[in-house]
Design a protein around this ligand. Structure first.
Ligand SMILES: Nc1ncnc2c1ncn2[C@@H]1O[C@H](COP(=O)(O)OP(=O)(O)O)[C@@H](O)[C@H]1O
Ligand SMILES: [Mg+2]
Length: 385
């Protein structure tokens, strides 16, 4: 477990929000405690990652792939297991910070995504981690199932973080055209133009996920530390062309995707199309180039032209990836969100605490320009303690 210490006040009045985020990388559960005041001012007070037990991780990975045996029973079991795990995270946060449940206004729990099908005939998305268990075990009002109300309104149900990025990172002097990119398993961007309200946000394609899958299969590690393996290989331009021809990358926004699409299987299909053996290091370097190009191509196409790119998510720790993003966009200043006061590891979990605050206060939080929804809606549902 890693954590950042911060003293919290012990006043009895409810004043804190908890945010829980478990992304598609399945590396850990990110947890935060924060305050959000009536003027929507956000302060992060405490943050910590909470481990996912190996067996649960293995089962989640298996169930993330389609057509597994006994899918429905496995789903029902993992929904309960993840509910308990999320509740344990919150109880741990309370104990560590000497807080009582009555001091927490609400928990915002994203849940663990198993399926995301925004383009199906019957669009749906599935995040597990039973909120009944979280609310009952912690004694804290829990807000979850954030994505499906937006889908019910005709949206993609994703991405949902752009309004939080807007609240935190929009240039208050209305001078800088800024993009925030979250590089988790999948990468998503938020465009915050300086002078207008025209916020855009969508998934650009793979983040670290394909590289992680390749490292697990070929280098016996969960990810490429700082990009050190990718630094040893070279881009295979033929394979890169094949990967870049994926239709999702050319699709116009709004668009969202998931690990069930950009999967190890996806890499294998393209390697087969290449019809020759490629050194595993070169495949990894090519996957890194794919992630960087699919982000930089989108950022470079935005108007008015972007001058600042703030990166968050685990991708920030891949030094080679950060270097390559800067090289591909020399006219853009590339840095992490820490430059604007929020450490890149905690942006996503913070966003779900913020979204919980919106829902609890009856405020809409989806951006139709981002998700494609017909109208603004209050996201998620509330499970009373
Ligand atoms: N030291 C590191 N070097 C390179 N990549 C890293 C490092 N630490 C974490 N990562 C990458 O960050 C990913 C986790 O990022 P995260 O933002 O938590 O993604 P998600 O939201 O999908 O869980 C890991 O799977 C890995 O690819
Ligand atoms: Mg993560």
């Amino acid at each position: 477990m890693s954590s950042a210490e911060s003293p919290l006040t012990t006043s009895e009045a409810p004043q804190y929000f908890i945010g829980l985020m478990s992304g598609t990388s399945l590396d850990a559960i990110d947890t935060v405690i924060c305050t959000i005041d009536s003027a929507n001012n956000f302060s992060l007070l405490y943050s910590e990652t909470y481990p996912i037990p190996d067996q649960i991780k293995k089962d989640l990975l298996t169930l993330s792939q389609k057509q597994q045996a006994n899918e429905l029973d496995q789903y029902a079991k993992l929904d309960v297991q993840m509910g308990h795990l999320f509740a344990d995270c919150c109880l741990h946060l309370l104990a560590k910070n000497n807080l009582k449940p009555e001091q927490i206004c609400a928990i915002g729990s994203h849940g663990q995504t198993l399926r995301h099908y925004p383009e199906n005939q019957y669009p749906t998305t599935l995040q597990i981690g039973d909120p009944n268990i979280i609310a009952h075990s912690t004694g804290i009002t829990t807000i979850a199932d954030f994505r499906r109300k937006d889908m019910a309104a005709g949206g993609q149900g994703a991405p949902l973080v752009p309004p939080f990025h807007q609240a935190l990172f929009k240039d208050i002097n209305n001078e800088i055209n800024r993009v925030v990119v979250n590089i988790g398993g999948i990468a998503n961007i938020t465009f915050l133009p300086a002078s207008s309200d025209g916020v855009l946000g969508y998934d650009t394609g793979p983040g670290n996920g394909l590289m992680d899958d390749w490292c697990i299969q070929h280098f016996n590690c969960a990810y490429d530390p700082s990009g050190s393996y990718a630094a040893l290989g070279k881009v295979d331009s033929n394979l890169l062309t094949l990967l870049l021809s994926d239709p999702f990358l050319a699709q116009k926004a709004p668009k969202s995707t998931g690990r069930e699409y950009f999967s190890y299987q996806w890499i294998k299909i393209h390697l087969k199309q290449a019809q020759y053996e490629i050194n595993p290091l070169d495949v990894l370097t090519t996957l890194l180039e794919l992630t960087c190009l699919s982000i930089s191509n989108e950022v470079s196409s935005l108007r008015p032209a972007v001058s600042e790119l703030l990166v968050c998510g685990g991708g920030v720790k891949n030094t080679l990836l950060m270097q390559r993003l800067q090289e591909l966009m020399p006219e853009v200043s590339v840095s992490s969100t820490e430059k604007h006061g929020l450490h890149p590891d905690w942006v996503e979990a913070s966003a779900f605490a913020w979204l919980a605050h919106q829902t609890l206060n009856g405020l809409t939080a989806n951006l139709p320009s981002v998700t494609g929804a017909r109208n603004k809606v209050i996201l998620g549902a509330i499970w009373q303690a």
